[in-house]
Design a protein around this ligand. Structure first.
Ligand code: GLY
Ligand code: MN
Ligand code: MN
Length: 452
């Protein structure tokens, strides 16, 4: 938790942005995996955390702007609760640490929300929160002014937030190094993935998202980790830790099971690396992230043309979406308290603007961030090349974008797998800064690490 002045200042800015009404921020509850008392690890709602710093279940925070009053609602544990959970800091003390003047019991929430007042609340992403809103007779739509005000605040990370994010990234670097260390033919994906979670927990937090540790790197969000590593394959490791204050890291490396890439793997790897480096170099305030994405796509298309998989004008190929046979997703996303920061508030507000709407084209429609970058933004850069057999079969049967794609050659790569390289960047006044300690990335660096 930061000093209470940090939260007070954040709340003051939010109040000033909205001007009137009541801001309602319900915290998250414990959630049962298979029965009520067998719970998932508790994760506080990130907006609740951002404005209060209190990482404890079953609370609700209300800012009454009209009466200039802030109230934390919750119940202190009973003696019976304490038998099971141990003693907990009193709610009043937690409120004090956050600079909140008043606490009340949970049952008083409904009464506070009664009457003909404007209530600003966010779109719920958990069923429990939706049920709570219904129970309080809230039938309006979520508040767009609240969404916009929070997105404006949370998009620009403060110096103390950057420190926390870098702790998350530093733990993520340790996870990546361990994955490379353990990689060899015969080891199971889940054995490596399990060790990575242990490192995240030892770092004081937990995973920031379910680890993607797979020899099927072409499956974009493959959480299965059920295979045994085999000679000749590559491992795609996309993992992240959130630190004790819940700030995230998110890194991807792809490396060879045999500790040495084949010539074919090196060719494809270097195309992705070049796209990554070109995109990273382009990061600066004012540039549209959509344009950085398109720049990376063009570099991928140029590389694929050199390899004989694509043909024609790379710029035109990208404009028409032909490259999306190999790069079906976006170049990156905001990162902060959430791994995909504020995605629950709506990509149209976080990643786009009134003037810049999200494309519906295959590939571009998965770009979560398109708008102009500003100093203080934290984002990922994560280009990749993914050879998805069903997609290749479908497009080649349809002869889709045939003027840009050499299917005869592509079919030779049908079972190649996938490569992604991902890093986290802070946008600075001049350009950008890579977050976290260095981690092997070029082919030489990975070979040197493996053959040390
Ligand atoms: N970890 C998912 C992503 O990189 O967006
Ligand atoms: Mn990412
Ligand atoms: Mn990732």
């Amino acid at each position: 938790m930061f000093l209470k002045e940090v939260y007070q200042q954040r709340r003051n800015a939010l109040k000033a942005a909205l001007g009137e009404g009541i801001i309602l921020l319900p915290g998250n509850e414990e959630s049962g995996m298979n029965y009520k008392d067998n719970v998932y690890p508790f994760r506080q709602d990130s907006c609740f955390l951002y404005f209060t710093g209190i990482d404890r279940p079953d609370l609700c925070f209300i800012i009454d702007i009209d009466n200039d009053q802030e109230v934390l609602f919750g119940d202190d544990p009973t003696l019976y609760d304490i038998v099971w959970t141990g003693p907990q800091e009193e709610l009043a003390l937690q409120a004090e640490k956050s600079g909140i003047a008043f606490t009340r019991t949970k049952i008083e929430i409904e009464k506070t929300l009664r009457g003909n007042r404007k209530i600003h609340f966010l779109p719920p992403y958990r069923a429990e929160t939706a049920l709570k809103l219904a129970g309080w007779n809230i039938t309006d739509q979520p508040s767009v002014p609240l969404i916009k005000a929070i997105v404006a605040q949370r998009s620009v990370k403060s110096a103390e937030e950057i420190i926390e994010i870098e702790k998350g990234v530093a733990t993520t670097v340790l996870m990546q190094k361990r994955a490379m260390e353990l990689t060899r033919p015969g080891i199971a994906e889940n054995v490596i993935a399990g060790e990575l979670q242990a490192i995240a927990i030892a770092g004081g937090g937990n995973l920031s998202f379910p680890t993607i540790l797979t020899v099927n790197g072409e499956i974009l969000h493959n959480h299965a980790s059920t295979k045994i590593l085999q000679s000749g394959q590559m491992v795609l490791c996309d993992c992240g830790a959130e630190n004790s204050n819940r700030y995230a890291g998110d890194l991807t490396r792809t490396f060879p099971v045999d500790r040495s890439f084949t010539a074919q793997q090196q060719e494809v790897y270097n195309i992705v690396l070049n796209a990554h480096q070109t995109a990273a170099k382009a990061l600066k305030p004012g540039i549209l992230y959509k344009d950085v994405h398109l720049l990376a796509c063009e570099q991928l298309a140029i590389g694929l043309k050199d390899l004989g998989l694509m043909r024609g004008d790379p710029k035109q190929a990208v404009a028409e979406g032909a490259h999306a046979l190999f790069f079906q997703c976006g170049l990156g996303h905001m990162m902060g308290l959430d791994i995909h920061d504020m995605e629950n508030l709506g990509e149209e507000y976080v990643g786009y603007t009134e003037e810049l709407k999200k494309s519906t084209q295959f590939g571009l429609k998965s770009l979560r961030l398109g708008r102009a970058l500003e100093p203080g933004f934290v984002l990922t850069v994560e280009p990749g090349l993914y050879f998805i057999p069903v997609l290749i079969d479908l497009w080649s049967a349809e002869k889709k974008h045939e003027e840009f794609i050499n299917y005869e050659k592509v079919l030779q790569y049908r079972d190649f797998g996938g490569i992604r390289i991902e890093e986290d960047f802070l946008i600075t006044d001049q350009g950008s800064r890579l977050l976290g300690p260095p981690l092997e990335k070029t082919i030489d660096e990975i070979h040197n690490l493996f053959n040390r």
